[in-house]
Design a protein around this ligand. Structure first.
Ligand SMILES: Cc1cc2nc3c(=O)[nH]c(=O)nc-3n(C[C@H](O)[C@H](O)[C@H](O)COP(=O)(O)OP(=O)(O)OC[C@H]3O[C@@H](n4cnc5c(N)ncnc54)[C@H](O)[C@@H]3O)c2cc1C
Length: 384
């Protein structure tokens, strides 16, 4: 792996950091209080090309590599973790599976509007009774002529409040566990499909999280994504890519928390000297910086591994992605905890940004596979 970023990657990282500092940080508090991202910010993100960063140019994207994608999500999350996940989902959880498993017709129809950010995407795997055990999907699809009739509900769908294109996983065969699942592309205005409850959350409050409800919803056969019964494979391959986005989100949050802690430690005086002059505080900062740097390296390695796979589709990068997500999210947990501690009582007060980062970080250990699920993936590849 080449540890040096190329000029294009460096430019994207620096431009995104500037955007994060000038545009995202100033709005993050108001957006989380409103519980939603402003539609004009979504339009800006689209205009800046963030919605189709890795999508091939022939489908309207920028055609950049996975390292660029990771840098972008990390820097967006530095400014606002809600923005990081919103952009990550429409790129990696929606366009990636359509690009990997879709027909040429599906790619031409659905990818360009997503890549341009004219519409946004959502990914619906989780259900009330099927979380870590995604093979337990209960939403059903029954063939009826040229259609499938879908009934059931999906939970916790990021971007559900405004997305137009969803990748949804359903069960066709009750007898077969993983092999009974299929993936579909679902358009928002399909009759029988509705957006359910909007979730009220601990963190990433400006990101949208909703239920999806299917009641005798008729999906055309043409919307089957991949082969019938191939849905579990579609989901797992998609999540390999998605986990790089969550590792990047955790990295951005941790880097921001570290920067805030360094600044605060230099400014805050106790015992007539800055906190930063106490060796205990210095050692904390050193541990935090080491966690952030180790995260960056694992993240880049996973993104690099994805780029190798893109050139050589036989290879896999599940283990690298799971290690990056596991380490990044747990390291970010340690870093935000210590950063808040360095802020003392002020860290507990909403006026201080670290309070939001402390809450925003927590989800990185849960979605797109919990830390326990990451350990299962890593152990499975060790023991195979
Ligand atoms: C804000 C938010 C956004 C989300 N966005 C999306 C989205 O866009 N699309 C989507 O499909 N889903 C989404 N999710 C769902 C998320 O991926 C799931 O919450 C997650 O996979 C865990 O599933 P669960 O909540 O049902 O927990 P459960 O599976 O019930 O797990 C509960 C606990 O038990 C542990 N556990 C479960 N099985 C085992 C085992 N075999 N061994 C050891 N421990 C185990 C888990 O690690 C966890 O700690 C989102 C969730 C949230 C909160």
């Amino acid at each position: 792996m080449d540890l040096d970023l190329n000029d294009q990657q460096r430019m994207l990282r620096d431009a995104t950091r500037q955007f994060a500092e000038q545009r995202l940080l100033p709005q993050a508090k108001a957006a989380e209080e409103a519980g939603a991202m402003a539609p004009e910010l979504r339009r800006e993100l689209a205009a800046m090309g963030y919605c189709g960063i890795g999508t091939p140019e022939r489908y309207g994207g920028s055609g950049l590599d996975a390292v660029s994608y990771a840098l972008m999500v990390s820097e967006l999350s530095y400014g606002d973790a809600s923005v990081g996940v919103t952009v990550s989902v429409t790129n990696s959880l929606v366009q990636d599976p359509i690009l990997m498993f879709g027909t040429e017709e599906q790619k031409r129809r659905y990818i360009p509007p997503l890549a341009r950010g004219d519409v946004w995407g959502g990914f619906a795997l989780t259900e009330p009774a099927a979380g870590t055990d995604a093979g337990g999907t209960r939403t059903t699809a029954v063939a009826d002529g040229d259609h499938y009739v879908v009934n059931g509900a999906k939970s916790f769908v990021t971007n559900g409040g405004f997305a137009d294109t969803f990748v949804v996983f359903v069960r066709g065969d009750r007898e077969v566990k993983h092999g009974g699942i299929s993936a579909f592309i679902v358009e928002r205005d399909t009759p029988g499909f509705a957006i359910g409850k909007h979730e009220d959350k601990l963190g990433i409050r400006a990101s949208s999280t909703t239920e999806l409800v299917f009641e005798d919803c008729r999906l055309p056969r043409a919307n089957l994504l991949g082969e019938w019964g191939q849905g579990f494979k579609v989901a797992m391959k998609t999540l390999d890519s998605g986990r790089i986005g969550i590792a990047a989100q955790a990295h951005g949050i941790a880097q921001r928390a570290l920067d805030l802690a360094v600044k605060y430690a230099k400014e805050r005086q106790q015992f007539e000297r800055p906190l930063s002059t106490f060796q205990h505080i210095q050692f904390r900062l050193a541990d935090m910086a080491t966690d952030v740097e180790a995260t960056r390296l694992l993240l880049l390695q996973a993104a690099f591994a994805k780029d190798v796979v893109t050139r050589n589709p036989g290879a896999r990068y599940s283990q690298a992605a799971a290690m990056a997500k596991l380490f990044a999210s747990e390291a970010a947990h340690r870093v935000v905890h210590q950063a808040l501690q360095i802020h003392g009582g002020y860290g507990y007060i909403k006026e201080f940004e670290i309070e939001r980062l402390y809450r925003d970080q927590r989800i990185t250990e849960i979605y797109e596979g919990t830390s326990e699920a990451m350990r299962m993936v890593i152990a499975a590849s060790l023991l195979k």
